[in-house]
Design a protein around this ligand. Structure first.
Ligand SMILES: *Cc1c(COP(=O)(O)O)cnc(C)c1O
Length: 446
């Protein structure tokens, strides 16, 4: 007869449907399957921890966002923000759906080309574009979004040796009523720098002004901020026509729409605007800005987190439980902030992956790193979990798989579940060979 597992005694008043201190109902319903795949089986096959991405959810999010905008505005184009998740398989899903690429570095630019994106459908953003990268972008007719005057002058000198015009836009920063203003990127609208940059572009005979760009922030909760941004870029576009005789072909409002996640410190659930509400604010602002219908600019969006945050899961395993000196319970997991960077700003929802006791208690969730700040949740109400039990962390698809690092433990595999429910490794789990491949030992240490 097998011995029953010991479970320490625990007393708690049972109150069904009780709310916790923040007015949120605690989440302890077991979450056992992702797109038809059992969590236990995924961990058995791919190890723990492991990231799981849902292709079905990515496609559905993309189509929902495109529909929200294209039903309200005639010319809409999305460009996938590579830095949000630049695994090639993920990027290719977006490109198959019709998305262009938005990159902020030379290697991301190369990835987009390798993923088959035509040069003129790559938007090149960011403050650090190397001369060689600019040369390639000009040759490929990519849309170069200029960040500062030094880059503008460098681009002019690059073009003069290429005998080709560069397709450019400027990044504009502005007061949209959201503070602090992200004014370190691009040219300021209110102080006239943006206009000066546009005049310099118009005066050069090697730059061709194609569009105007802004990216006002991230996890933005105000639809009005986007309406203000759209109005200000539209007004710049009008000046380009009247004063510089240039018709601006596109207005790019960047990314920044919030994923449906819980910001740390938020009391209860924040009422996030829907993508329809953002689309309504933006498209009405441009449609009301007085463009002739034949000169209506294309609207470009570079949404990142909105499209992938809820498509990613992190599966992990309980290592141990302990009692802290102040009496609180602590649970140690096999994943930490090294692979879950967003736990610095989100209270990620965490579910047990198997049937649980009806009891729950306040717990601090730690990762496995030998580092005091390795805290996944400072305060979460969870049922009793024992060593070997599995958990699912929700909505981890944005930024974690690009900002992760192999501090103390290496990066786990990423697995994609396709729309038929078949799972595919899209990035292998790292090993020591991978970690050491760039190291070199000087002769005197051999
Ligand atoms: C990061 C970034 C995005 C994507 O931002 P989200 O907040 O994830 O939508 C879009 N455009 C630019 C220029 C960016 O730097």
């Amino acid at each position: 007869m097998s011995k029953l597992k010991y479970e320490r005694p625990f007393i708690k008043k049972m109150m069904v449907g009780m709310l916790d201190k923040t007015g949120v109902q605690s989440e302890y319903t077991p979450f056992t399957h992702i797109d038809g795949n059992a969590v236990k089986e995924l961990i058995r096959k791919y190890g723990s921890p492991v990231f799981i991405m849902s292709e079905t959810q990515i496609r559905s999010n993309y189509q929902t966002a495109v529909r929200a905008f294209s039903t309200r505005y005639p010319k809409v184009q999305f460009a996938w923000s590579y830095k949000t998740h630049y695994n090639n398989a993920i990027c290719r899903i977006f490109h198959q759906e019709g998305s262009w690429a938005e990159v902020v570095s030379g290697f991301e630019y190369q990835k987009a080309l390798n993923n088959g994106v035509p040069g003129n459908q790559i938007i090149f953003n960011g403050p650090d574009k190397k001369e060689e990268e600019l040369r390639q972008a000009v040759a490929n007719d990519s849309l170069i979004h200029i960040d500062h005057f030094e880059e503008l002058y460098l681009l002019i000198s690059v073009c003069s040796t290429l005998e080709k015009k560069a397709q450019v836009s400027i990044r504009v920063n502005m007061d949209t009523g959201i503070y602090p203003i992200w004014d370190r990127f691009g040219f300021n609208y209110e102080n006239g720098q943006a206009w000066t940059a546009l005049q310099k572009i118009a005066a050069s005979n090697v730059l061709s002004l194609a569009g105007l760009h802004t990216h006002i922030g991230t996890f933005m909760l105000s639809t009005n901020a986007y309406a203000v941004a759209a109005k200000k870029l539209s007004s710049l576009a009008h000046h380009c026509k009247t004063d510089l005789n240039i018709i601006v072909k596109y207005i790019d409002l960047g990314g920044g729409f919030p994923g449906n996640n819980t910001l740390k410190g938020a009391i209860g659930t924040l009422q996030l605007p829907t993508v329809d509400e953002f689309a309504e604010a933006i498209s009405s602002a441009i449609l009301n800005a007085g463009f002739q219908s034949s000169e209506l600019p294309m609207l470009i969006l570079e949404s990142g987190r909105l499209l992938v945050d809820d498509t990613g899961y992190l599966l992990g395993t309980v290592l141990a439980n302990k009692k802290l000196s102040d009496g609180r319970k602590a649970t140690i997991m096999d994943f930490g902030v090294n692979i879950l960077f967003t736990s610095f700003w989100y209270d990620h929802k965490i579910s047990p992956a198997q049937e649980v006791t009806p009891y729950q208690e306040d717990t601090v969730l730690y990762g496995p790193l030998c580092m005091n700040i390795d805290i996944v949740r400072e305060h979460v109400s969870l049922p009793l979990l024992n060593r070997g039990d599995h958990v699912v962390v929700h909505k981890v698809g944005a930024y974690n798989m690009t900002q992760w690092m192999q501090f103390i433990s290496m990066r786990p595999a990423i697995v994609l579940i396709d729309p038929q429910g078949t799972s595919h490794v899209i990035r292998k789990r790292e090993d020591l060979t991978y970690l050491e491949q760039l190291e070199q030992i000087p002769a005197h240490l051999k």
